[in-house]
Design a protein around this ligand. Structure first.
Ligand SMILES: [Zn+2]
Length: 261
């Protein structure tokens, strides 16, 4: 009798211990992987706040931009297949003090002229805040060797897209190739026509002049620029008025220089 009672008690205790263990393991597994709706909402809000605080243009950026504009710099310098860049020249010496390292769209350090970058940052913020369009800097300043590498690797297939070293405006630090990102991936448009008709690119074009940018290689100007149309290559010209004049007249940079000397 005593043994029978003891055995029953032991079985009951064992069952209780097993149940406690199972419940314990279940709690451990589910805890942390399942959030309540409130918690998810809070996390999303935190992420959005973080993103906005990075993207929103502040007065500090605008002030920095105004001081970064260098009155000695020739923001209208043309470099193309007929006008090589002069390394060691006056512009080049001046540029060295105003090149800054920034992160490109893959997070790698890249150089760009400071005022051009700040203008790009303000435009990026406005595009994000107004249209939810995320543009990132893909490529800006390139040394002779950088351009030689790009030319060797891409020049053969895209002869009219990539300039030879010395003849690339990337040497000025004022030419920016951007990429559009959507949901963490590149907003890839297969053909030039797709790019030109894309609503994102249209919104971007609409913001360029306000921040002193022009399309550097517009459609229909290939004979003058020597480079095929590329909507993602924009050029900082140092002034929103000049950028507006160029776009209003449907000029490329070379034509502006022809008209104004
Ligand atoms: Zn480029």
């Amino acid at each position: 009798m005593y043994f029978k009672m003891g055995k029953k008690l032991a079985i009951v205790l064992l069952v209780i211990v097993v149940i406690i263990c199972i419940v314990g393991v279940f709690v451990i597994i589910t805890d942390g992987s399942e959030w309540s709706d409130d918690e998810i909402e809070m996390m999303v809000e935190e992420m959005e706040e973080e993103e906005l605080s990075v993207e929103e243009p502040t007065e500090a950026i605008q002030d920095e931009f105004i001081t970064a504009l260098n009155p000695e710099r020739n923001y209208l310098m043309v470099v193309n297949g007929w006008h090589p860049y002069e390394f060691g020249g006056e512009y080049d010496m001046l540029l060295k003090n105003d090149l800054i390292y920034v992160a490109d769209c893959y997070g790698a350090p890249t150089l760009v002229e400071k005022a051009a970058y700040l203008a790009f940052s303000m435009m990026k913020a406005e595009l994000w805040n107004e249209h939810g369009i995320n543009i990132s800097l893909y490529s800006a300043y390139r040394t002779y060797d950088d351009q030689a590498w790009v030319y060797e690797n891409y020049g053969e297939e895209g002869k009219n897209e990539v300039a030879e070293p010395l003849f690339s405006e990337h040497h000025t630090g004022l030419l920016i190739d951007f990429r559009v990102w959507q949901h963490g991936a590149e907003w890839h448009k297969e053909t030039l026509a797709d790019q030109l008709n894309d609503c994102f690119y249209e919104a971007i074009r609409g913001k360029l002049s306000k921040y002193g940018f022009i399309e550097r290689y517009p459609l229909g100007k290939e004979d003058i620029t020597g480079i095929s149309c590329q909507p993602s290559e924009i050029r900082f010209v140092g002034s929103s008025e000049i950028a507006q004049e160029i776009m209003d007249n449907d000029w490329c940079l070379e034509e502006y220089r022809m008209m104004h000397g």
